[in-house]
Design a protein around this ligand. Structure first.
Ligand code: PHE
Length: 451
């Protein structure tokens, strides 16, 4: 079969609903938690520039490729690949595996964020000097973060069990705009701190001497992670998309929005890092230390701001992790014919087990290493630096070489109804440039990490 299944499939309720859900999947911990600390660890400005270029060129192209494949086939990742060629099933399976692995650490951070909503209430900000040590102690505690992680995952299960337009879409529609407004607010506050300019300089002034193969791979991996690409998530979301939607414009809007939010998060975080004399290379705790510190200065109002920030942060994380859970669930529904509820439950049981190990690897199990990294870091590095980039390379090769050019043209122009003037450029990028580029970046990066 040529991948143009005619089958009644659940659709997104409205255009804005889809955009919000796709943007909701993209905008998450990747932007607010991961982008700032990865930029910090990779020297700031130069990393930010490389990341932005990757997001705009490779990101938009791959996102459009995923939407196109998803809508063309009306199937989620594995089924979509398989419907063209059985030989390509592995590429879809790799995506499902990536979703499992990401969901092996993402809920841990989601749980931290949820915990911080309550910690903000209960005196976290009262003692600004202790904010850093409080985070360290919390993160490495064997029990507390696990309880929060389980509550966080339970929220995911509830949303995904309700199905596409019922749960995911409604959650995204209300909560994503709230987050955006909040981040702008925090950025303004952060920029007005004394010493803020050093943070802005770190974020925007490139120091090219800090760039090596590892930085470039980190930027590529971060772009894929942040845009939810390279593992079939946007194929799955695209499969619920109505035939009248404009795919190129949706892909462009989501990518630009996601990139703006990452940079906005950087503007919110780095001035604070420098104003409080923290290290930009402090790693995964950055947001959890800087944001409460920024707000601690504001007294009682600060507590309120901190609570609202962590609510919005948790919601951003939720709208992303539900998309990861959806990848696995829709695979089980489409390929294994299980009912939605059974799919969600069985997937999440495995995710709980892995996330418990991840959480413990930051404390009592920190001595247990896989290739020199704890479980949390291992899953993060494996997906972000290897699986997603390779998954992105596969989707580019698949669209460039397996699907017929006329079919791509037909799908991206809605059967000739829309004008897509950059079609040839997009096709060329997918067929030649992106696969080769990803291959070399991955090779260079792995080589640099090895050293
Ligand atoms: N893009 C999400 C974030 O930035 C994470 C994610 C990755 C979601 C891959 C789906 C697929 O947090």
């Amino acid at each position: 079969m040529e991948g143009n299944q005619i089958k009644q499939r659940e659709n997104w309720g409205s255009r804005i609903g889809f955009l919000m859900a796709a943007a909701g999947s993209a905008v998450g911990l990747g932007n607010i938690w991961r982008f700032p600390y990865t930029a910090g660890e990779n020297g700031g400005g130069a990393f930010v520039i490389i990341y932005t270029i990757f997001a705009l060129i490779i990101g938009i192209s791959i996102m459009l490729a995923e939407f196109t494949v998803g809508r063309r086939t009306s199937l989620s990742a594995v089924g979509a690949y398989k419907s063209y060629s059985k030989k390509w099933t592995f590429a879809g399976a790799l995506g499902v595996l990536s979703a499992f692995f990401i969901m092996g650490f993402y809920p841990v951070v989601g749980g931290w964020s949820l915990a911080y909503v309550f910690k903000s209430f209960s005196g976290l900000l009262a003692n600004p000097e202790a904010i850093g040590t409080t985070f360290e102690a919390f993160m490495s505690n064997p029990i507390q973060p696990i309880i929060w992680m389980i509550i966080y995952l339970a929220l995911n299960v509830i949303i995904v069990a309700k199905g596409i337009s019922g749960g995911i879409e409604k959650a995204g529609k209300v909560l994503m705009p709230t987050l955006f407004v909040l981040l702008i607010f925090i950025s303004i506050r952060s920029i007005s701190l004394p010493g803020a300019s050093a943070g802005l300089e770190f974020l925007f002034k490139p120091d090219w001497s800090k760039v090596n193969g590892a930085t470039i791979l980190a930027a590529l991996g971060q772009a894929f992670f942040s845009l939810s690409l390279g593992m079939g998530c946007m194929i799955t979301y695209g499969s619920y998309l109505s035939k009248s939607e404009n795919l190129p414009s949706n892909a462009t809007i989501v990518t630009i929005l996601d990139t703006c939010i990452a940079i906005l998060a950087g503007i919110a975080i780095f001035p604070g890092v420098f104003a409080f004399g923290l290290e930009p290379t402090a790693g995964p705790g950055l947001v959890f230390v800087v944001v409460p510190s920024v707000f601690a200065e504001l007294g009682g109002a600060g507590v309120l701001f901190s609570v609202v920030f962590f609510i919005a942060f948790t919601v951003a994380a939720l709208t992303s992790s539900v998309s990861l859970l959806e990848v696995v669930t829709s695979y089980l529904i489409d390929q294994k014919n299980v009912p939605r509820k059974t799919g969600v439950t069985s997937a999440s049981i495995i995710m709980i087990a892995t996330s418990i190990l991840s959480s413990l690897s930051l404390g009592v199990m920190s001595g247990f290493k896989i290739f020199g990294a704890g479980i949390f870091d291992f899953l993060d590095i494996l997906t972000d630096k290897i699986f997603l980039a390779i998954g992105g390379m596969f989707i580019a090769i698949f669209t460039g070489w397996v699907i017929k050019k006329e079919d791509l043209k037909e799908e991206t122009t809605n059967g000739g109804k829309l004008k897509f003037s950059l079609f040839e450029a997009w096709y060329f990028l997918l067929k030649y440039v992106i696969p080769i580029l990803i291959f070399f970046v991955a090779l260079m990066g792995i080589f640099a990490i090895e050293q």
